[in-house]
Design a protein around this ligand. Structure first.
Ligand code: ADP
Length: 583
């Protein structure tokens, strides 16, 4: 069994992995950026090493530095979490070449599933049907029109290398084909560096159902039930549950078996998720995520398995601890991703200090968090504060329990997605399980939402409290306990806090009706998608602003011609700065 695991990640998933390591008697090694010197995952680890840098690219994605820390710490295994390196075949190869265990699938499987076209081919090898579509790159608008005539409209144009809900354009009619293709390819090139696109029939009311699979190095593969992740905004998940409600037993079994066939067709080992779309009694392969998913917790609650433990065992060469016959699903679990986003402002990222955090407790409640009071949600990374998970004997009780838990949840300092999640959980369509992937965006009125940030001022404590202060000796971090006034006035992050502006308001579009496009929040310009003199339509993406690891597309709120571009890639901007003008 592995002895010492380096977690090449941060936030809640790093803490989650460390918790299991601790139970297994495995030493944990954290890595951290300058911003994260005193972050929860660093405080939680047995050892921690500085990577330097602020942005993800400068720190967590600095491969040479991580490799150096692996050698220096003597770690014999690396867990990538999700995001960052989790689907990076080159990194997996580099680790393995060092004789260190990669706690994930073989690099070849990552590559197979890394682009959507080769993933569709892998599914076909496993005899599993994908959403009707093509496996050859689109050559022009005529391909789109021919496809629409054959399969019916709407048609989805998808970037082969797309991901994270980006790189997909929906075309409703032949007239829109040319413009949509051009815009899909331009966006794909800007975001992913490659513009190959293919076509899929766009399903109008599917449910997103995914299957958790697990395989070991000895040829055993099982499915651990399914999850429904149909509550999405911008094709990104907001609430997940297990098992998927109201699924006929034979369909559930067929989907599970199909997922195992896909895994086998690609020589899969370790944890993976096969995503499918389910509509009108039929299911189709969508893609496979070759990592532990954010929403793995709901599967853990209904299977009573620890998936991270299983991952570590498999990476250590052990046989899966369960056979398919032994997998039993008990009760129902729901997860809310609590993101620091302002649901009332179109889910605008809302970084900032967490002044206070009161967590729900009681029967059937689990919290997988990445922050504690006094910590700060940085603009540089993902804005997931943590995941609230409940378990109950059935779906209805789980739904009510989640509402109760959300009532108990209190946070001061950042906005969260909770107001939107409450509306969803209370909605009759969700309660009766008749929602689908576009339901939240098209059927639910979120206009009445109010802000959830609570009090953004700090509360000063009179009493002295024990506080671990980080010191770094030659790049390795040690914690020194000192007695100081209460946390909010004593930590490094609170010093930054007083200098930091309150989360910015404004629309995600960041565009005024007068043609002046301003930054909706502080961040870094990663891409400029247009040129001066170019004509743009309302809704076209103009720039990509990275804030909190999330790339935010800044769109035109009116049609016109681009007059002046005032920023360039790499430039840091503040909320309200003029980025571009349209006339
Ligand atoms: P990504 O890799 O960006 O996550 P996916 O292909 O997994 O993209 O799709 C993400 C979401 O987009 C799905 O959960 C679903 O809501 C929607 N989607 C993708 N393809 C289709 C399709 N052919 N028809 C309808 N919805 C789709």
């Amino acid at each position: 069994m592995l002895q010492k695991i380096l977690i090449a990640n941060r936030g809640e998933i790093a803490v989650r992995v460390m918790r299991t390591c601790r139970e297994m008697g495995i030493t944990t090694v954290a890595v951290y950026s300058d911003v994260d010197r005193d972050a929860l995952h660093v405080r939680f680890a047995d050892e921690a090493y500085a990577l330097g840098g602020q942005t993800a690219a400068e720190s967590y994605l600095n491969q040479d530095k991580i490799i150096e820390v692996i050698q220096r710490s003597g770690a014999d295994g690396v867990h990538p979490g999700y995001g960052f390196y989790s689907e990076n075949a080159d990194f997996a190869r580099a680790i393995t070449a060092m004789g260190v265990a990669w706690i994930g699938p073989p690099p070849e499987a990552i590559e197979d599933m890394g682009d959507k076209i080769s993933a569709r081919k892998a599914a076909a090898r496993g005899d599993v049907a994908s959403v009707p579509g093509t496996t050859d790159p689109v050559t022009g608008p005529a391909d789109v029109i021919a496809f629409g005539e054959q399969y019916g409209w709407p048609v989805a144009i998808k970037a082969a290398y797309g991901g994270g809900g980006r790189g997909m354009k929906v075309v409703d009619s032949p007239e829109e084909a040319a413009a949509a293709l051009e815009s899909a390819q331009r966006e794909a090139l800007a975001y992913f560096g490659r513009d190959e696109a293919y076509l899929e029939k766009y399903l109008t009311h599917p449910r997103h159902i995914e299957i958790q699979v697990f395989a070991d190095q000895h040829g055993n593969a099982v499915y651990l039930g399914d999850r429904d992740c149909s509550v999405q905004r911008r094709h990104q998940k907001l609430i997940e549950e297990a098992p998927a409600g109201d699924l006929p037993d034979e369909i559930r079994r067929a989907m599970g078996e199909a997922a195992v066939q896909v895994a086998k067709a690609t020589g899969y080992v370790n944890a993976g998720t096969v995503e499918m779309l389910y509509q009108d009694g039929e299911f189709f392969f969508l893609e496979m995520n070759t990592r532990l998913q954010v929403e793995h917790c709901v599967t853990e609650m209904v299977t009573q398995l620890d998936l991270v433990r299983e991952q570590i065992r498999v990476a250590s060469g052990e046989v899966l601890s369960i056979t398919q016959d032994e997998v039993t699903l008990t009760g129902h679990s729901i997860e809310c991703r609590i993101n620091a986003e302002n649901a009332a402002k179109g889910f605008l990222p809302s970084p900032g200090p967490i002044n206070a955090l009161h967590l729900p407790a009681g029967p059937g409640v689990r919290w997988d968090g990445g922050y504690e009071p006094g910590d700060e949600v940085s603009q540089y990374y993902d804005n997931l504060v943590g995941k609230l998970i409940v378990w109950a004997p059935d779906r209805e009780q789980a739904r009510v329990r989640m509402l109760r838990a959300l009532d108990e949840f209190a946070i001061d300092g950042v906005h969260t997605t909770i107001p939107a999640q409450r509306i969803v959980l209370e909605h009759p369509d969700f309660a009766s399980n008749t929602h689908s992937t576009r339901w939240l965006e098209t059927q639910v009125d979120l206009s009445g939402l109010t802000s959830s940030a609570g009090d953004t001022s700090t509360t000063e404590g009179e009493d002295l409290v024990a506080r671990e202060v980080p010191v770094e000796v030659d790049g390795r971090r040690f914690g020194v306990k000192v007695w100081l006034p209460d946390a909010p006035v004593a930590t490094a992050s609170s010093a930054k806090r007083s200098a930091k502006p309150k989360p910015a308001g404004g629309s995600t579009g960041g565009s005024g009706g007068d043609g002046t496009i301003t930054a909706p929040m502080q961040g870094t310009i990663v891409k400029v998608l247009v040129e001066a003199g170019q004509t743009v339509a309302e809704g076209d993406s103009l720039l990509v602003l990275e804030a909190m690891k999330m790339e935010n597309s800044i769109n035109a709120e009116r049609a016109g011609t681009v007059k002046e571009i005032k920023v360039e890639p790499g430039q840091t901007v503040s909320a309200g700065d003029t980025l571009l003008t349209i006339e």
